[in-house]
Design a protein around this ligand. Structure first.
Ligand code: ADP
Ligand code: ZN
Length: 606
């Protein structure tokens, strides 16, 4: 069955079908209803307002918090033949006047505008004189004062409803938790809006968590499987961002740093290159990422622990928006948890807030240490049940072994106790293993009954054990003493022999990877295209053409065509425009603009 919406989807966007809730949302908003849309990143939120914008008379006003990214969104729409524009402080007076005139003349389908601009009397006045299709409020969680992205201007957006009660509003966000959702409804006066809540599963993302042992090498090994692909590496501190970016650059990767300590122009330039060029690795603090809707980010790696599962979900969600396979990879160690705890403890927040942050960190550590399906754990945290194990996370793919750690844990706990609960894991491990160090001698620890009782395990095994004892709450790190470990009440039953303990066994250390192994890893990587050789050659030629075309227009490559579209073209090798038009991702606008050029690339290549 077709409908005007489906026709429009096929003609303008070149997509065959709606995804998930899109059809229902488009129908509801096109008919004039208000909507609150909760959809994970990559779920396809933009279409939910872009299609009604085309189906309803008048201009859709899209409120978007990030000036820097409006331009790319508008550019992507223009490439489709949609009449779109943006209005923000980056335009000069003449440019802004032109956009205002277009709006008043009814010559725009969509107008993107920053909230502070929207709220000016001048702009509200202009709206009074224009025909309005709808208001879309993107990144609606910016209204929440508890989030990282709070924008006070969002609070005033209720005036849209007050002044234009007949114009439908659609608010959209990828922030899943219930308190934020309630706050959006209340703050934006959306009590009457229909709520569309999608599953937050991202089936194309593969989750992997590994204990840190040599994080530089682990990262390089991971990146070996993603050569030439775009991705983000998150680090906690600016210093680490700089060091990691330098390391990757030294190894021949196109890696750029991004953090708040860099000048605004450097940040903007690095962001531009990440968006516009193929295969850039952005090494960044969490200052980077909000609103980055580059569809072909193939991996998000965390070299340090994020602050919460919410943060982790949001950051990893930036991978694979195009629905193609992508990796979420995290390396973590005990030191990370201790450092984050200290940051919370030393922060400005009130006691209640700090307790909340500690609890969030606990949930994250629980996720890291879990032997259950990562997807189930993650979705469960957001209140969503996932049927069965996913088969696409590290725990599903390589079920972790567990071992009876009761005896070893007792030795470790008693070593903590006997040395006075004043030392960190590194020294405790030396004592357990009977290492003759200066520190052991200084404190007389070689005379302890626990000295050398743990020689049967290597330091890595002990580190894993201490980490898991902290994660399980049997030990806690004393923040005033730089991570000195001390017993908690929960350790008592184990020490008394009333309880046993089973822990996750670390995967065996991979031998230093040789080139042959690295090649193997590349071909087994989730993101391998696996095209036949002739199609692969066409794909490469098409990418080359896309890169030149994008550069000439100063737009991101994905705005021209997505990888998935180029891959289909390479596979099918259409010989005329009709055949090309049948490929997913090619609507009328793209066909007219690039059809002949694509056919020429295919002809020259064969
Ligand atoms: P979100 O804003 O929810 O993160 P986007 O609106 O950017 O997601 O869409 C994510 C990707 O999915 C985009 O590349 C978009 O072109 C694609 N997409 C959206 N809807 C469809 C559809 N019905 N069929 C195919 N691709 C789609
Ligand atoms: Zn799983």
């Amino acid at each position: 069955m077709t409908s005007p919406a489906l026709d429009q989807l096929r003609r303008t966007f070149g997509y065959a079908e709606f995804r998930g809730e899109q059809a229902a949302i488009v129908e509801h908003v096109s008919a004039g209803g208000d909507a609150l849309v909760l959809m994970p990143t990559g779920g396809g939120k933009s279409l939910c307002y872009q299609l009604p914008a085309l189906l309803r008379p008048g201009t859709a006003i899209v409120v978007s918090p990030l000036i820097a990214l409006m331009q790319d969104q508008v550019e992507a729409l223009r490439q489709l033949g949609v009449r779109a524009a943006f209005l923000n402080s980056s335009l000069d007076a003449a440019g802004a006047a032109q956009v205002e005139a277009d709006l008043a003349a009814g010559a725009l389908d969509l107008l993107y505008v920053a909230p502070e601009r929207l709220l000016t009397p001048r702009f509200l006045d202009l709206l009074e004189r224009s025909r309005l299709a709808l208001f879309a409020i993107d990144e609606a969680h910016c209204v929440s004062q508890w989030g990282h992205d709070f924008r006070p201007e969002y609070r005033q957006l209720t005036l849209l409803h007050e002044r234009w009660p007949g114009v439908p509003r659609i608010a959209l966000t990828a922030t899943a938790d219930a308190p934020t959702r309630r706050e959006i409804v209340e703050r934006l006066a959306l009590e009457g809006a229909r709520q569309f809540i999608s599953s937050f599963d991202r089936p194309n993302i593969r989750y992997t968590v590994m204990p840190k042992d040599n994080s530089r090498r682990q990262l390089l090994d991971f990146l070996d499987g993603h050569r030439g692909e775009a991705g983000i590496v998150y680090c906690l501190s600016r210093r680490k961002v700089d060091a990691t970016a330098a390391l990757l650059a030294e190894r021949g990767l196109l890696a750029l740093p991004y953090h708040a300590g860099l000048g605004a122009s450097v940040r903007a330039e690095h962001q531009r290159r990440f968006l516009h060029e193929d295969g850039v690795v952005m090494v960044a603090t969490i200052a980077f990422g909000m609103g980055i809707d580059k569809p072909d980010v193939r991996f998000v790696a965390h070299l340090d622990l994020p602050k919460s599962l919410e943060g982790y979900y949001q950051e990893t969600g930036r991978a694979g928006r195009d629905g193609e396979p992508a990796d979420a990879w995290l390396a973590y160690g005990l030191g990370d948890a201790v450092q984050l705890r200290r940051m919370i403890a030393e922060g400005e927040a009130g006691e209640e807030r700090k307790r909340l942050e500690h609890a969030k960190l606990d949930a994250l550590i629980g996720y890291c240490e879990s032997t259950a399906c990562r997807r189930q754990t993650l979705l469960g945290y957001f209140g969503e049940a996932h049927p069965g194990a996913c088969g696409a996370c590290d725990n599903c793919l390589h079920p972790p072994q567990t071992w009876d750690a009761t005896e070893a844990a007792r030795k470790a706990l008693s070593c903590v106790y006997r040395s006075g609960q004043r030392f960190g894991a590194a020294h405790l491990i030396d004592v357990l293993r009977g290492a003759d160090t200066a520190k052991a001698r200084q404190f007389g620890h070689h005379a302890l009954s626990t000295f050398g009782i743990g020689a049967e395990f290597d330091a890595t095994r002990w580190r894993s054990l201490f980490r898991q004892l902290v994660a399980a709450g049997l030990l806690e790190a004393d923040l005033d003493r730089y991570g000195a470990l001390r017993l908690t009440a929960a350790a008592t039953p184990l020490l008394r022999g009333e309880q046993t303990l089973h822990l996750r066994a670390e995967p065996p250390k991979p031998a230093r990877r040789r080139k042959r192994d690295a090649d193997k890893a590349r071909t087994t990587s989730t993101t391998t295209t696996n095209l036949p050789a002739d199609a692969e050659a066409r794909f490469t030629a098409l990418r080359q053409w896309r890169s030149e075309t994008a550069k000439a227009q100063n737009v991101p490559a994905y705005v021209i065509f997505h990888d998935a579209t180029l891959r289909s073209i390479a596979l099918e090798c259409p010989s005329d425009l009709d055949a090309l038009a049948r490929i997913a991702g090619i609507g009328a606008g793209k066909l007219e603009r690039y059809g002949e050029a694509v056919l020429a690339v295919l002809r020259d290549g064969s």
